[in-house]
Design a protein around this ligand. Structure first.
Ligand SMILES: [Mg+2]
Length: 126
């Protein structure tokens, strides 16, 4: 299991979805959880530093998940920062676009805490 002390940033414009993801992460033992309501706020929080993993929604106002991901990757300091994209559907186009933009992995909504655990373990193998 990855380091339970890692700082995880949850980016989603729906507070309900942020709460669901937060609860799943707490269930898995993670406790250092931060939230952002859109990609711009998420990007600002990433740039402040200290984030070990970003879990981000795709469709959001101001700056969407893909735009945020691209901006994160443009910054050399965050080229390796793990970003798990949450997609509404596993469309080939979305997945390819996310991988091309530098997503570390992706997960399709709705998902269980176990599915989330599997993805995080893939990102942080040990
Ligand atoms: Mg959304």
């Amino acid at each position: 299991m990855p380091d339970l002390n890692m700082q995880i940033l949850i980016v989603d414009d729906m507070s309900t979805m942020r709460r669901i993801i937060k609860n799943a992460l707490r269930q898995l033992g993670f406790s250092k959880l931060e939230e952002a309501e859109d990609g711009q706020v998420g990007l600002d929080k990433v740039k402040e530093g200290g984030i070990d993993l970003v879990i981000s929604d795709w469709n959001m106002p101001n700056l969407d998940g893909l735009g945020m991901l691209k901006s994160i990757r443009e910054d050399a300091a965050f080229r390796e920062l793990p970003v798990l994209m949450v997609t509404a559907q596993a469309s080939q186009k979305c997945v390819l676009e996310a991988i091309r933009a530098g997503a570390t992995n992706y997960i399709v909504k709705p998902f269980t805490a176990d599915a989330l655990k599997e993805k995080i373990e893939k990102i942080f193998p040990n």
